[in-house]
Ligand binder design. Sequence first.
Ligand code: ARG
Length: 490
Amino acid sequence: MARQSGKQGSRGGGRTGRSSEPAPEAQKSWQARFSQPADALTVGFVESLSFDRRLWRHDIAGSIAHAEMLAATGLISAADGRAIVRGLRAVAADIEAGRFVWDPTCEDIHMAVESALIQRIGEPGRRLHTARSRNDQVALDLRLYVRDAIDTSILPGLEDLQRALVDMAGRYVDAVMPSYTHMQRAQPISAAACLLCYVEQFQRDRERFLDARRRVNLCPLGAGALAGSTLPIDRRAVARRLGFAGICRNSIDATGDRDFITEFLAAAALCGVHLSRLAEDWILYASQEFGFITIADAFCTGSSMMPQKRNPDVLELIRGKTARIFAALTGMVTLTKGLPQAYNRDLQEDKIHLFAAHDTLDASLRAAAAVVRHTRFNTARLTEATRRGFLDATVLAEYLVGRGVPFRRAHQIVGRLVALAERDGRELGDLSPEEMQAACDRIGPDVRQWLGADNVVRRYRSEGNAGTVSAAAQLRYWRRTLGMTRRRKR
Ligand code: ARG
């Protein structure tokens, strides 16, 4: 892939410009109208090859579809079309095998691939860019990339994490733990319900990515620089070849639109929020103060100074790395908010944000699934924790409602009983029948079957409740939905 800069070797610093025959592609494809070669600083500043080269698969796939369309419509000969496709496949093979020499003077992935093609097959290669601009080309590459990211990394990652949580939930349907609001003990719940709460959040994330995908999956190619082309191209044929559901309707919008990236980042940000909240919960649960869960050693790290430490660093970094995703979303809306209509070079920066967020989310989803698979509840600690904190107070009030007491009155009665018990460190179950009767004569001896966390979790009736029976039903729903009833994939 050696290429000469030709002009005084001024570009690409240190490049020798030695050449027997200065080929036109030694210059940038847009160089003809310029009287001076680009300044080295300019070259380095405007290039994107250093980061957009990871779009190579998508760029080549797009070019192959474009070439096939050009040949099918007769805009290029069938022989040229075949030569281009063969040449592009050979370039792809070179890149795949690590043989491709990335020339930093090539500016971006589009020019790197095109000039490699021309070097390889000569004249027919110069016909590939017919009725195409890098503006619609990069929009296409990005849409293919985002679609791929959703299909092959984010959705499978989310689903895998859900499966890990459902698997874990299956082991703890009968484990009872305290729930919290305001970080104060609230009501007893099945530990499985606690886990399935996260599964719901990740389900909404999946739906959001799938919804965003509908707007990603439209083909911008053929929009040209922004106004389309006078040549009789077949945009729908290209769209079909690339598996798009349709084409972008307006050529100006097609080149200037990056909403599909912003939407991806917004969905990623919300998914990051969910990962971060899960991480925060589990960091707390893993603390000695809670002691609710134990994360396997392989997912913890030690301290360089304190020999006893066992820190939940993977969870902390899942929480911490979400900042990168939020930064990417902020970066993307900031990047686009002041842009005039159609393509502006600022948009080149979109990839920085997209790739950073995608890499971070992909890694965090994998890490989260791994942690979940290597974490267990300490059920003895859970049980112990459900003994204190008046977790059955609400249910006692509901018991009274069942005996005709208006809820507001029942709330007061139980409030007084809680205060009475609290005075000498007792729980509601420790109160004598006389004390109960004194507070309200509707309280009978059957109240025993309502008090205590184990009774409570079996008494919830409302649909979707966090008790044992409902958690088991939810678990069945998720096993069915995630196809886990027989055998799991991935
Ligand atoms: N590298 C550019 C980008 O990523 C490709 C499009 C350049 N278009 C142009 N007219 N300069 O956005």
